[in-house]
Design a protein around this ligand. Structure first.
Ligand code: ADP
Ligand code: ZN
Length: 630
């Protein structure tokens, strides 16, 4: 087991101050985030490191800032060309000598980068892993005076991770080819086996292992059964009018139809999935980054290359495949640290849909003579069951997630109740007073139906629906017939799902998801174990605020904020950059709050570095002045 270390590595005096200065000058940030300082010092000390930080935790800065202080080149391996290009564009905007090498570049472009490398003018070079394996590359790195190797998205090296990439596997050879160059690996994947695999595969030597806090306090989680996907998703979008969001669906056809329905309801949205033409996909993604559309409706194929930091909501229109995937996908919300919302609309049908998909692909593989590892199939189903159980339960979402990743959870002091940022702690769930009695009725109805029927049939019987099937089976004569007739059938159905989530009931694999009792279910039926059921949660319908509120310390002028956003969009489109690379939302909010009138005042705003002050300062000051004089 890899120990998690968190001591500040011994560093020459003044090193942290030097880092602080460069971060402030180039990026305009006044403080380092947790663990950034430790990671930077390790990097400068030439120590191997493995840094695990939640999405949005600020991993990039950990290797970018030391790169500027070091003599020589820092080489960053990144799996996606688009991610790489974004990082380089952003760095160049801030005046950093950075470039990338990728197969997407023309011969002339590559040549130009090689020239700059040979003249040792570059501080940071980003590249895809394939290129590192080319013959003679180790010599080239030496000739360019490469001093540190950074592996971004390092979980791609591990079979255990959710995003294994074969070309990452060969990175271990680099350590052997370049034994003297320190390696620093970064990932947001928290699972300990992945961590250990990364260290082993890369051949890290006595690495400093830094594991950040996995809680994302700025995200509010809500889980609700799906009744009418279009209507429910629209409700979320209306709470965030004019803000950016991602809606995830299970299948491509769901993406297409939901995107159409949303568009016909006036939402500026575009679809994204692997079935679309590469050109269309790229165009839709660019439209989203350029703020020309607010919402992307997508399969999980969308997201990894997306660094837009102001995504204010992520909706899952169907159950994700597991808790890790949920964390990863919702992690794309609120990277800038501002309040954002993650809503999951689930249904028992999703659980079954995934299960069937899984069984089908195993059967297909078998027909082709390939036997999928049954243990892996089991694990996948277990992950799905865990996600479903979590979705239907009513424990604090933050607490569950943090504990899932093996960290202790403590409620923030500022919150009145629990985490203050999930449907459970916000009191959007109501416990049912006579839970034990209702649970016993449902469980015994399943027994009366001889454990041979699914949730919808059991619901019909409990609600007293004497349709043909029920009558033919004689189930209208059962003692449990109509026992819950005074309740909404959707509510009864949801209680059944809660019982499945609590593993009091299990659904059989296969085509017909019949329900049966577990031993724990028998205990509850007999009144020998406690149980709490919940009402279907009601999402807050009213639009409480027009947009995402700023953190409580910041009151800003919304009209000015809108004007600054427009200016940002205009400047971005002139420069062919996504708007967030000009300034982040938080910076614009601070500008709209402080309303600086001089370059000196502007310099004090978070996110305003020296180069941007020079390039953009007067333009933003002019906009602020014009607004103030009105
Ligand atoms: P990660 O790669 O860990 O998901 P990023 O490196 O993309 O996260 O950083 C997330 C956001 O936080 C970016 O917008 C980044 O500019 C910002 N950020 C990083 N470090 C700091 C800091 N010390 N102070 C303020 N903002 C920061
Ligand atoms: Zn909570």
């Amino acid at each position: 087991m890899l120990p998690t270390s968190a001591p500040v590595p011994s560093a020459p005096p003044g090193e942290l101050e030097r880092l602080g200065h460069v971060v402030e000058r180039v990026w305009g940030y006044r403080e380092l985030r947790p663990l950034q300082g430790e990671a930077m010092l390790a990097s400068l000390a030439g120590r191997d490191a493995l840094v695990v930080m939640a999405t949005g935790g600020g991993k990039s800065l950990c290797y970018q800032a030391p790169a500027l202080l070091r003599t020589g080149l820092t080489v960053v391996i990144s799996p996606l060309i688009s991610l790489m290009q974004d990082q380089v564009a952003s760095l160049v905007e801030s005046g950093v000598a950075a470039a990338s090498l990728s197969s997407a570049m023309s011969g002339a472009e590559k040549f130009a980068v090689h020239e700059r490398l040979s003249s040792r003018e570059l501080k940071l070079l980003f590249m895809a892993p394939e290129r590192l394996m080319l013959a003679g590359f180790a010599d080239e790195l030496a000739a360019w005076n490469a001093q540190t190797l950074v592996i971004d998205e390092a979980h791609c090296i591990s079979h255990w991770g959710h995003d294994f990439r074969p070309e990452y596997r060969r990175l271990g050879e680099l350590r052997r080819a370049l034994p003297n160059i320190p390696i620093q690996a970064f990932t947001a994947t928290a699972a300990p086996p992945v961590r250990e695999d990364i260290a082993r595969q890369l051949g890290l030597r006595d690495p400093l292992v830094l594991v950040g806090n996995f809680d994302r306090p700025n995200l509010t989680y809500r889980f609700t059964p799906r009744r009418d996907a279009v209507e429910q998703v629209l409700e979320v979008i209306r709470r965030h009018s004019g803000e950016a969001g991602i809606v995830y669906c299970l299948r491509r056809t769901d993406v297409d139809s939901l995107a159409q329905d949303l568009a016909s309801n006036g939402v500026r949205c575009l679809p994204y999935h692997a079935g679309l033409d590469a050109g269309v996909r790229e165009r839709n993604q660019t439209q989203f980054l350029a703020e020309n559309v607010d919402v992307i409706v997508a399969t999980v194929a969308f997201g990894m290359g997306i660094d837009r930091p102001d995504v204010r909501f992520v909706v899952h229109a169907a159950l994700p495949k597991g808790v890790e995937q949920f964390a990863q996908e919702t992690g794309r919300a609120g990277r800038d640290g501002l309040p954002s919302e993650c809503v999951l609309f689930y249904s028992g049908a999703d659980y079954h849909g995934w299960k069937l998909l899984q069984e089908r692909s195993a059967a297909e593989a078998r027909a082709n003579g390939v036997e999928l590892d049954p243990a892996e199939t089991e694990r996948a189903l277990a992950r799905l069951a865990e996600m479903y159980g979590w979705a239907t339960s009513a424990v604090c979402r933050h607490k569950f997630l943090v504990e899932h990743f093996g960290q202790p959870w403590t409620a923030p002091e500022s919150a009145a109740n629990g985490c203050g940022a999930c449907d459970v702690c916000l009191g959007e769930f109501a416990a049912v007073a006579d839970s034990p009695r209702i649970a016993a009725m449902i469980l015994s109805c399943v027994v009366r139906c001889q454990q041979r029927f699914g949730a919808s049939h059991v619901t019909d019987v409990l609600c007293g629906v004497a349709d043909e099937k029920v009558r033919q089976l004689g189930h209208d004569k059962l003692s449990t017939f109509g026992l819950l007739r005074q309740h909404d059938p959707r509510q009864v159905r949801h209680w059944i799902e809660q019982l499945v989530g609590l593993e009091l009931l299990v659904t059989a694999p296969g085509r017909y998801p019949t329900l049966s009792l577990t031993q724990a279910g028998v205990d509850v039926m007999r009144g020998q174990a406690p149980i709490t059921l919940f009402e279907i949660p009601q999402l807050p319908r009213a639009r409480r605020t027009r947009r995402t509120p700023a953190p409580s310390d910041l009151q800003y002028d919304e009209t000015l904020f809108d004007k600054l956003r427009q200016l940002r969009r205009k400047l971005a489109s002139e420069r062919g950059l996504p708007p967030y690379m000009i300034f982040g939302d938080r910076t614009l909010q601070e500008l709209a709050a402080v309303q600086p009138t001089s370059l000196d005042e502007l310099r004090e705003i978070r996110g305003v570095g020296a180069k941007k002050l020079e390039d953009l300062g007067e333009l933003f000051l002019a906009a602020i002045r014009e607004h103030v004089q009105r």
